[in-house]
Design a protein around this ligand. Sequence first.
Ligand SMILES: Cc1ncc(C[n+]2csc(CCOP(=O)(O)OP(=O)(O)O)c2C)c(N)n1
Length: 321
Amino acid sequence: MTPPTDKLIQMYRQMLAIRLFEERVNDLYTRALMPGLAHLYIGEEAVAVGICAALTNEDYITSTHRGHGHCLAKGASPRLMFAELLGKEAGYCKGKGGSMHIADPATGNLGANAIVGGSAGIATGAAFSAKYLKNNRVVVCFFGEGALGQGLLYEEMNLAQLWKLPVIFACENNMYNEYTHFSETTAGDILGRPAAFGIAAEAVDGQDVRAVHAAATTYVERARRGEGPAFLLLNTYRYRGHHVGDIAREYYRPKQEEQHWSSTRDPIMLMSSWLLEQKHADQATLEAIQAELTSEMDAAVDFAVNSPYPDPDKVGQDVYA
Ligand SMILES: Cc1ncc(C[n+]2csc(CCOP(=O)(O)OP(=O)(O)O)c2C)c(N)n1
């Protein structure tokens, strides 16, 4: 069923918000205003947005090292995210976590995680708690196809299916594990893995936000009814480097491949064309959204740049590692 117009526009808006956020992250990095690195989600926006649009605020997500899109799609504030990325006190972790550790309990975001596959345990544990407490929550565990090489994922898939836990394993296949094509690291068929556990699974076009949302809705509702976990294989592509510093990529993937995806399979372009064609929106409405988001993101950057750093005397406070 096609979602109502306001929901479709909201999904478009969120994808664009992520894109504009990420472009500013890259800009902050190249101007040496951001300490450390960040892994940009540009090109993959439809995955986080389509899935999170199928969740309630109380539902949980766990995220990855490439997590800004998940956090924003679940409702995080761009101001507090930029502040975190710049190491400022106003940030989600008081500036001590940075890009790869943003958590936001108010929006059900149990946190990003720099350990590839690491969030599978957190997500499945949260799904166990939801079942035990009977609070009707569903958990989405985002991970990249690189995590298919991590044993923890399979331990969690096993338990999730045995105990019929409400967790969706969302595998974002952007085709590259760091600087290596996934075909060089991944034996066999990806969907054969959930099949081995009897977990319901589906491959989805991760550039089509409506398709992602439709599949996510089906499996989230099924999990909420107590029918157990699911595995979504979201085929997508990251347009930029593995992280912001990965600028010379020709040695591991051709420029034409990047151009092909960004010029023909861009999730925002696909959605805006569809919205216009189906008359859910006109050009002026889409331009107004772009202008509004542009000033919102610019103001969020200004807020973060002008925010104070944490007091050096508190450097050890709230730090657990
Ligand atoms: C357990 C572990 N091993 C290795 C790394 C180093 N590392 C960081 S990202 C990455 C590749 C991850 O690829 P994928 O899961 O497909 O996510 P993507 O970066 O493509 O979004 C690796 C190997 C890590 N962070 N954690």
